[in-house]
Design a protein around this ligand. Structure first.
Ligand code: SF4
Ligand code: SF4
Length: 437
């Protein structure tokens, strides 16, 4: 029988270790590699359509892929050089088209790069669309679409996601420490052009310096609030963040706009300010590189399309044989098939672990302790869902709100039997989807 209580119970979750080893590592700019591989699928929605061909000369900021639909985003050249050709590579989201560019090392900026003229909401949204900005926290949803919800009149709050609740990653923390002024300026622009009354910056309590800095920078600004979040994973999950910062619960199947909120990642907000000043589209990304198999943990600014192996080399190379490379954090990140994959806009970290750390312990039988139930921020009962999946009970899986699982991994983390609970949840969701639900 379903034991579903409430969508979000943000006091719960998982007390994961933080391992913020790079929090004091100032971002270093990596030199442009000899060759970049720029994916046309760096966002949720239709892939961009490549609009260059072999032999074309490109400058930094030139459009090399146009938006492939309403939910899509253009892609810009991160380098100056010559197009080597179009190719296909396999990423975690399947086979994608890439534009391969041989760099000339000059980083000549395109003459088309100039600050946009923005006078109202429509021109602001168009500028953001033109910038190629997508959710930089990992989701990759095109920001121009997000900033034009159908019920804009009912939206009054911008919630800035600066929780950075995944272990190891400090890219957003460095955004606040190094570019806090841009974050505030970007937030002011979003507030102005969307006619919002409130901006809430949600930061986990384990980042006291960022809390102090953003509090200082927003002092006296009307409608700005810095909200200290408990250091309990996953505070950065959209629904959890909204409930923590506003007390509002996003209904099942609804978007944040349904409760008057728009959520943006803190690096996305900082980018908005920089783009409005310079017109330079999204062509670089700050990523955290860490893990026991990389020689020097760092925060690195790289041009999009840089192969991961070049970044690892820039960080001193491998300190031991890599057992696993993860894009993102250890809780929700994706294991990569190799290090020849290029950086995309949504990437915020690459974690490289040796064989020992990368090997999962053997799972034992479920002892029905219900720790997975207590830890689930969505109030789900993973143990019940696993049993219903075993017997393929579609109705019970629906009644247990299986589709609400956001694959945060808290259940797997707390399981004393080391069972791959989150993986089972993903299987249950896939099963329901295939069954037409
Ligand atoms: S992975 Fe899904 S079931 Fe597990 S804790 Fe997260 S939301 Fe709950
Ligand atoms: S936490 Fe693990 S052992 Fe405990 S009920 Fe959940 S799946 Fe079973």
């Amino acid at each position: 029988m379903a034991v579903f209580k409430k969508l979000v119970r943000s006091a719960e979750g998982a007390h994961v270790p933080h391992y913020k080893n790079t929090e004091n590592c100032e971002t270093v700019k990596m030199p442009v590699p000899k060759r970049v591989f720029v994916s046309m699928s760096q966002h949720i929605g239709a892939p961009a359509k490549a609009c260059v061909k072999k032999g074309d000369v490109v400058a930094v900021g030139d459009v090399i892929g146009t938006a492939g639909g309403f939910i899509s985003a253009p892609v810009h050249s991160p380098v100056s050089g010559k197009v080597f050709g179009l190719d296909e590579i396999r990423l975690s989201n399947g086979k994608v088209q890439v534009v391969v560019i041989d760099t000339d090392g000059l980083q000549t900026v395109s003459e088309n790069v100039k600050a946009p003229e923005v006078t109202d909401h429509a021109s602001f949204v168009q500028a953001i669309k033109d910038s190629g900005l997508v959710g930089l926290g990992g989701a990759g949803f095109p920001t121009g679409v997000k900033l034009a919800p159908q019920n804009l009149d009912e939206v009054d709050t911008l919630v800035i996601n600066a929780a950075e609740c995944e272990p190891f990653i400090t890219a957003d923390y460095r955004e606040m420490m190094e570019c806090g002024e841009d974050v505030v300026e970007g937030a002011k622009l979003v507030k102005q052009y969307l006619n919002l009354s409130k901006v809430i910056i949600g930061i986990e309590a384990n980042k006291p310096q960022a809390i102090a800095k953003m509090t200082e920078l927003t002092k006296g600004l009307e409608g700005f609030v810095v909200s200290t979040l408990p250091s309990v994973y996953p505070q950065g999950a959209e629904k959890v963040l909204i409930e923590q910062t506003t007390g509002k619960e996003v209904p099942k199947g609804a978007l944040p706009a349904a409760v008057g909120c728009i959520v943006m990642n803190v690096a996305s907000v900082g980018f908005v300010a920089r783009y409005m000043k310079t017109g330079m589209p999204l062509v670089t990304k700050r990523v955290t590189v860490d893990g026991d198999a990389v020689a020097e943990a760092k925060n690195v600014e790289v041009v999009i399309g840089t192969p991961i192996k070049d970044i690892i080399e820039f960080c001193g190379g491998y300190s031991q044989e890599a057992g696993k490379i993860i894009s993102g954090g250890p809780m929700m990140g994706q294991a990569l098939t190799g290090d020849d994959i290029p950086v995309v806009k949504q990437n915020n970290a690459f974690l490289v672990f040796g064989k020992e750390k990368a090997t999962l312990p053997d799972a034992t039988a479920c002892i029905r302790c219900a720790r997975c139930v207590s830890a689930c921020p969505m109030g789900l009962a993973p143990v019940e869902i696993a049993l219903s999946l075993e017997v393929k009970d579609v109705e019970e899986l629906k009644a247990l709100h299986t589709d609400l699982c956001m694959e945060c991994g808290s259940c797997s983390f707390v399981c004393p039997a080391k069972r791959p609970v989150a993986q089972t949840m993903k299987e249950a969701k896939d099963f329901l989807r295939k069954a037409g639900n």
